[in-house]
Design a protein around this ligand. Structure first.
Ligand SMILES: [Zn+2]
Ligand SMILES: [Zn+2]
Length: 137
C-alpha cells in the first residue's frame, strides 16, 4: 500500500472519522486520480482493494464529512475529488468522459444568480460545461 501522509490521518480524525486503512487508501487514490468514480478507485487499489460496496460506503462517509466532493455528470457514475475548498466547476468531454476543473470566477456559491422563485433560497448553482477534449477533438 502507498505511504500515507500523516495529514490524512489528522484530516479524518478532525472530521470525526476513524483513520481506517480503507479510508486512507481511498484518499491516496483520489490524490492520484481526481474525478474518479468508485469503480476506477477500486481498480486502482489492486489486490488489496476492498469490495465495491465498501468503496461506496467509504466515499459516502468521506462525502458526508466534507472531505471529498461528489458530482454526477449525466450518463456517468458519480465522480469524487478532494478539491473541496472552493466553488469550482467541471468541464466534461461528451466523447470519453474526461473531466477537468474549471475555476469559478466568483469563487463561492452560488455564483450564478437568476430570478429566484418565491419561497426558495438558492444555495448553489451546479454548472457542468460539456464539450470535447483535445484527445477526442
Ligand atoms: Zn475526450
Ligand atoms: Zn474538480
Amino acid at each position: 500500500m502507498t505511504a500515507t501522509l500523516p495529514s490524512d490521518v489528522d484530516l479524518l480524525r478532525s472530521s470525526g472519522l476513524r483513520a481506517t486503512s480503507g479510508r486512507l487508501a481511498i484518499l491516496v487514490a483520489l490524490d492520484a486520480a481526481p474525478h474518479a468514480d468508485a469503480e476506477t478507485l477500486r481498480r486502482g487499489l489492486g489486490a488489496e482493494a476492498p469490495s465495491l460496496q465498501a468503496v461506496h460506503n467509504i466515499l459516502a462517509d468521506l462525502h458526508s464529512a466534507g472531505i471529498v466532493r461528489r458530482f454526477e455528470p449525466a450518463r456517468s457514475a458519480a465522480r469524487y475529488e478532494r478539491r473541496v475548498d472552493d466553488n469550482h466547476h467541471h468541464a466534461v468531454c461528451s466523447s470519453c468522459g474526461k473531466v477537468v476543473d474549471v475555476d469559478c470566477s466568483i469563487g463561492e456559491a452560488p455564483c450564478l444568480h437568476g430570478p429566484t422563485p418565491p419561497g426558495f433560497a438558492v444555495a448553489e448553482a451546479e454548472v457542468i460545461f460539456w464539450g470535447v477534449c483535445d484527445d477526442c477533438a
